[in-house]
Design a protein around this ligand. Structure first.
Ligand code: OGA
Ligand code: ZN
Length: 381
């Protein structure tokens, strides 16, 4: 028989009870809202178990009996005090904190906003644009730009100085830069003896960068210093939109691209960096949260022979979708503009250019999603 002790909080209509068969504290916030707090969860989240300055958990779970029961509680206007039977331990929680942190509900996160999927309708003029001087001098402009860039996975910053450091100066407002085998910063221009197709003048079909890395870089910043050559237009496509459309149109292909990891590799004289990646990756809710697609870095496919034909069909279907004008937008960057995009969502590429006809010079760097999201949360406080 569950022992139900019902007590009223002093002011509000909040009521609580201990359900000894569920072994949970039950809080009725009002007539329609009830939440359940398992005893062991309450013990683990006792505010006294956290360091007052660092706010990190110091409590050691191995020191308690997971089957110990809460035997008593006292509730008042703002807090609830709980006592454990065997351990004779008392913990105090703020009711508002319990309301915000109900098990089974994801805690509010300013970063979790729905991606605004786009297709070719997001033509050049519709891409969110922000001014470099405002981002550099006003936190509100920085926050608005981060929100836009996250929602669309793509934005353009304009008004950058004609200086190779101008793009990274903006990127550093977001977070520290992600270093890769191409350096902390990289120059995208046609070079002799290139170790990357980006450092030639040939066309680059839509791709995401560095799929061969264990963690491909998050946000990419490409500052255009000069774009006077013939050709060299930039192209983009929202990989999340492609994936969601594929899910609706061809679930077999979608599932194969989600469930099959394929080898990716970059190697030159100094490096041999390999990883296995699925083209489409989902979060724990089944939402697409990452696209890893770079045919240039796809290594020899080593999946089982029986799977090969079906996999190639799925992979080609995805690739054809990235070439479908329905998804593609084209932008001709000019000196002083910087394109910023989520490299784990938005595919990018460029048209071929003629290096004899003029210069094309971009300066790039990356900031990972973790740093980007942290800045967004701190500015949202
Ligand atoms: C790259 C790249 C695009 C461009 O450097 O990875 O894709 O516009 N560059 O040159
Ligand atoms: Zn690239």
């Amino acid at each position: 028989m569950p022992i139900s002790v019902l007590k009223d909080a002093l002011s509000a209509s909040v009521q609580a009870q201990l359900d000894s068969s569920l072994r949970m504290l039950v809080i009725h916030w009002n007539e329609s809202e009830t939440s359940y707090f398992p005893y062991v969860w309450l013990r683990d989240n006792d505010p006294a178990g956290f360091h007052p300055d660092t706010q990190e958990r110091q409590f050691d779970l191995t020191t308690i009996n997971l089957d110990d029961d809460i035997c008593e509680f006292e509730i008042d206007q703002e807090t609830i005090r709980l006592s454990w039977l065997e351990e004779a331990y008392t913990a105090e929680f703020r009711l508002a904190w319990l309301y915000e942190n109900q098990p089974g509900k994801m805690a509010f996160d300013p970063v979790i906003n729905d991606a605004r999927l786009w297709r070719s309708e997001l033509s050049g003029a519709e891409i969110p644009r922000s001014k470099a001087t405002e981002i550099l001098t006003q936190d509100s402009a920085l926050l608005a730009w981060l929100r836009d860039t996250q929602a669309y996975g793509l934005s353009i910053v304009e008004g950058l100085a004609d200086d190779v450091k101008a793009g990274t100066q903006v990127a550093k407002k977001v977070g520290f830069l992600r270093e890769t085998n191409f350096g902390v910063e990289f120059e995208v221009k046609s070079k002799p003896k290139p170790n990357n197709l980006a450092y030639t003048s040939i066309a680059l079909p839509l791709h995401t960068d560095l799929t061969n890395q264990e963690l491909p870089p998050g946000y990419q910043f490409l500052h255009c210093l000069t774009n006077d050559a013939q050709g060299g237009g930039s192209i983009f496509c929202d990989g999340f939109a492609v994936a969601e459309d594929l899910r609706r149109a061809d679930i077999v292909a979608f599932d194969l691209l989600v469930n099959t990891q394929i080898p990716c590799r970059f190697h030159d004289e100094d490096y041999d960096i390999r990883s296995r990646k699925a083209v489409i990756n989902l979060d724990d809710q089944g939402q697409v949260n990452e696209i890893c697609f770079n045919p240039h870095l796809a290594s020899t496919l080593d999946i089982s022979p029986e799977l090969m034909q079906a996999y190639y069909r799925a992979y080609q279907t995805f690739m054809k979708m990235t070439k479908n004008p329905e998804y593609k937008i084209s932008v001709m960057l000019t000196g002083g503009e910087m394109v910023v995009f989520d490299n784990r969502r938005v595919l990018h590429g460029r048209d071929a250019f003629d290096p004899q006809s003029g210069a094309r010079y971009l300066h790039g760097c990356y900031v990972d999603r973790g740093e980007f999201e942290s800045r967004l949360r701190v500015l949202s406080r």
